[in-house]
Design a binder for this molecule. Structure first.
Ligand SMILES: [Zn+2]
Length: 72
């Protein structure tokens, strides 16, 4: 199981949603809105599963871009 991560819109920092999911399941998720209590700023955020990523995996979206060397 891996933790689902999002970027906090208030602080711009990556935060864990405290949602654990299998990577294979995560990749099959449809684009859904989800709500979480943010540990960084204490507010509730609604995020799209398509904008989230798994802890320990390369981010598909976000600030840090590694020049296109993602394994398929
Ligand atoms: Zn936040």
């Amino acid at each position: 199981m891996s933790s689902v991560m999002i970027t906090c819109p208030k602080t711009g920092r990556p935060v864990s949603t405290a949602i654990d999911i299998e990577p294979t399941v995560f990749r099959k998720l449809p684009r859904l809105p989800a709500r979480m209590r943010c540990p960084a700023c204490g507010q509730d955020h609604v995020f799209m599963t398509s904008s989230a990523w798994l802890a320990g995996e390369p981010r598909l979206v976000g600030v840090r871009r590694s020049s296109g060397s993602e394994a398929a």
